[in-house]
Design a protein around this ligand. Structure first.
Ligand SMILES: Nc1ncnc2c1ncn2[C@@H]1O[C@H](COP(=O)(O)OP(=O)(O)O)[C@@H](O)[C@H]1O
Ligand SMILES: CC(C)(COP(=O)(O)O)[C@@H](O)C(=O)NCCC(=O)O
Ligand SMILES: [K+]
Length: 258
């Protein structure tokens, strides 16, 4: 069985694959404080609770946008799973042609998403990943990664209001019934959620115009990430949510590099 890790700035998402089938997935907090043994305990506990044997794992793939965590995580994988992890980065086969000024600068999660979306949909794409940051990526029909945009994540935006304005509380990210709201909490929810949907639609619309000039016609818009569902229902430009895009990309990268 294959174990994949998607290390984001807020969460580490783990998935176990039996061939092409995702058997189970878990989400744990990203903290740079944990040691290799502490990560080992957490991950092995998850396996045991799910009735899976961690000794059945014969390969591990990791993508990370948090360099500080990699020492502990890689050490844990070698010590407990007894395999050398495949870490997504320079030298790994992806089938994606990165057109960034400096290809090493692109977040590994964005490349992994592009690998999965290109493999699954085989057409021009815009990928929107609602994580700690929200990222937008333009991918051509032949796998060209053109680049995209990065905006503050939804939770970062709402936490900033709480932290910087004395009378604004920390809010739950749920959609209020109306845009015109009559109390502080709902007014903030309205601003964040309806405002963010507009942000998404504006960036996607402008990216589509630029992609048309690149002869990448009518891109399909795929959303992923922890907060995708919240915005996708309100946005007019998102065609589909694929919550497992990054995990699928990690599995595909494993197959390309084995
Ligand atoms: N299933 C979920 N429901 C609601 N919020 C979620 C869920 N999963 C993650 N989140 C929140 O979404 C944000 C981004 O999460 P995630 O996509 O895991 O980010 P990252 O990849 O940057 O770690 C975080 O603030 C997290 O608390
Ligand atoms: C933009 C990101 C912070 C998003 O990470 P996430 O929200 O998933 O934690 C990450 O992809 C990253 O650090 N990228 C490097 C810069 C770039 O892609 O240009
Ligand atoms: K992510």
């Amino acid at each position: 069985m294959l174990l994949v890790f998607d290390v984001g700035n807020t969460n580490i998402v783990l998935g176990v694959y039996q061939d092409k089938k995702l058997v189970i997935d878990w989400r744990i907090a990203t903290t740079t404080q944990r040691t290799a043994d502490e990560y080992g305990i957490v991950v092995i506990n998850l396996f045991e609770k799910a009735g899976l044997d961690y000794k059945d794992i014969d390969a591990v793939v990791v993508s990370s946008v948090v360099p500080n965590i990699m020492y502990s995580l890689e050490h844990m994988i070698r010590k407990y799973f007894k395999v050398e992890p495949l870490v997504v980065g320079p030298g790994i086969k992806t089938g994606i042609n990165i057109k960034y000024d400096n290809p090493k600068e692109v977040g590994a999660d964005r490349i992994v998403n592009a690998v999965a979306a290109h493999d699954i949909y085989k057409r021009p794409l815009i990928i929107v990943d609602f994580g700690t940051a929200t990222t937008f990526c333009a991918v051509g029909k032949n796998g060209d990664y053109y680049g995209g945009a990065i905006t503050p994540g939804i939770k970062i935006a709402s936490d900033a209001l709480f932290e910087r304005a004395a009378k604004l509380p920390r809010i739950e990210l749920i959609k209020p019934p109306t845009v015109i709201c009559k109390n502080t909490v709902q007014s903030m929810q309205s601003g964040i959620i309806y405002g963010y949907a507009g942000l998404v639609d504006n960036i996607v619309t402008k990216m589509k115009e630029e992609m048309r000039e690149l002869k990448e016609e009518t891109p399909y818009v795929v959303a992923t990430g922890g907060l995708a569902k919240l915005i996708a229902t309100e946005s007019k430009t998102i065609d589909e949510i694929n919550p497992y895009l990054t995990l699928e990309g990690l599995r595909i990268i494993y197959e390309k590099n084995r």
